[in-house]
Design a protein around this ligand. Structure first.
Ligand code: FAD
Length: 429
């Protein structure tokens, strides 16, 4: 191992003739690197935190991502919806983070010429329960300062000619954005600030020492004064590596999408009123920034944390789910919803029936299988699904154990909070 010292911002491969500032391609060489903050995970949360940190504080930041590119998992496999903040109880942390995050994201996209559009959405209600839910969301939206109004059938059809519903909540402040390009932009901006973003860097071991945490990847040993764990679907496992005892378990919920053709079935965003017992919004139709229309996502418990295909199985992940008491509590309380989701995953006809409640004219031939994504959902031992951001702290590490939707929308606000916490920690170290 080469101990390359820590006096320079990042180590150079002195004495080996390697000009690389940080990485070294020489095989069998393990570099020792010192930094102030190591961020594990190159998704939107990790990179938003890296960027916000680099803007505010002169420190050495290193991002370690196990895949060959950033935004490979949740951040690159979502619905691309810029959430307005209507779904969250006024005054709650979730509402504040979403509202601030949305504004920051709009400004960020404008400033960096990234594709986004505040196209607005309709949330549709037909049954008495759904209409009551629309009223609640309307109240919450107004209290949160979101531009929204209840509209009747005629106004709904004028906006979305193929949608069906007695009434709808029109939310003007909702929009669409390409989160993958946001992550790529955050990566470039962070690199300009001097942050190193290393892909193909799977953190497989860690231990805590008095002055720092030691992280190990295949070709790198990192000494970091502080570690920020933004490992998404693996955040609980990484927390354990960092010496923490996570009080939750991450359960993977796969969301399957279909592409909807022709595209005019959905002009903007069409959502159901949803079920407030679960943190998922129900199958909806979404126009993407490139004009395609996606329907989905469903929410079925996956057999693998990064299992994008229905029958991808990871025995370790299944064991993790099965051995967690919260999984059983959840199964008991929401078995009907779970069974419906499984049916939806196995039967395209059933999926179609769910979608036809929003857009009756859609037929099987209009749906083409599209990509899927897996949500990282933190669940407590008593079966509670955590809805807001959830961070577990120890002396040298912060673990983001829950950053579920709308965390892509809210990522810049989340990154801001995490950056502030890290700066305080570095200052008081
Ligand atoms: C189907 C779906 C639809 C969604 N729709 C929306 C939406 O419309 N709007 C919205 O705001 N939000 C949405 N979300 C939520 C949003 O995508 C997530 O909240 C957000 O992307 C979480 O980002 P992250 O950085 O925490 O996780 P991720 O993007 O999953 O990043 C975690 C990273 O950590 C890396 N990693 C893991 N373990 C290690 C390790 N040991 N070493 C190194 N690297 C590691 C992974 O490879 C990964 O790249 C959706 C999510 C899904 C799945």
């Amino acid at each position: 191992m080469h101990n390359l010292g820590g006096t320079e911002p990042f180590c150079r491969c002195h004495g080996t003739g390697c000009a690389s500032r940080f990485t070294c391609n020489r095989e069998l060489l393990v570099l020792l690197v010192e930094c102030d903050v190591a961020i594990i995970g190159g998704g939107i949360v990790g990179l938003a935190a890296a960027w916000q940190l680099g803007r505010r504080y002169d420190c050495r930041v290193l991002v370690l991502e196990k895949e060959s590119s950033v935004a490979t998992h949740q951040s690159g496999r979502n619905s691309g919806v810029l959430h307005s903040g209507i779904y969250y109880r006024p005054g709650s942390n979730q509402a504040q983070t979403c509202l601030r995050g949305r504004r920051l994201m709009e400004n960020f996209c404008r400033a960096n010429h990234l594709p986004f559009e505040l196209c607005g959405k309709v949330i549709i209600g037909s049954t008495p329960r759904e209409l009551a839910r629309l009223n609640t969301l309307h109240e919450w939206g107004r209290a949160n300062g979101v531009q929204c109004q209840i509209i009747g059938q005629d106004a709904l059809l004028e906006r979305e000619p193929y949608a069906a519903g007695i009434r709808a909540l029109l939310v003007r402040d909702a929009g669409i954005v390409d989160f993958r390009s946001v992550v790529q932009c955050l990566t470039s901006l962070s690199q300009e600030q001097g942050t190193e973003v290393l892909t193909n860097s799977y953190v497989h071991r860690a231990h805590v020492e008095r002055q720092h945490i030691v992280l190990e990847t295949d070709n790198l040993t990192v000494h970091a004064r502080q570690v920020l764990n933004c490992a998404g679907l693996y955040a609980d496992r990484v927390a354990k590596l960092l010496g923490q005892e996570p009080t939750i378990r991450v359960l993977p919920f796969r969301g399957e999408y279909y592409a909807l053709l022709p595209r005019q079935y959905c002009r903007h965003l069409i959502y159901p009123a949803g079920d407030d017992r679960v943190p998922f919004l129900g199958v909806h139709a979404t126009r993407l920034t490139d004009g395609r229309v996606l329907c989905g996502p469903s929410a079925v418990l996956a057999l693998s944390r990064e299992g994008y295909k229905r029958f991808t199985v990871a025995p370790g992940d299944i064991l993790d789910t099965v051995l967690w008491p919260g999984s059983w509590h959840l199964a008991r309380s929401l078995w009907r919803t779970g069974a419906r989701e499984i049916l939806q995953s196995l039967s395209k006809k059933y999926y179609l029936r769910v979608l036809q409640r929003l857009i009756p004219a859609v037929e099987l031939s209009n749906l083409r299988p599209a990509r899927s994504g897996v949500r990282a959902q933190a669940v407590k031992a008593d079966g509670t699904m955590i809805r807001s951001m959830y961070v577990q702290e120890s002396r040298r590490a912060l673990s983001v154990l829950n950053a579920s939707s709308p965390s892509a929308t809210a990522s810049l606000a989340i990154g801001e909070t995490l950056a502030r916490d890290l700066i305080n920690r570095l200052r008081s170290d």
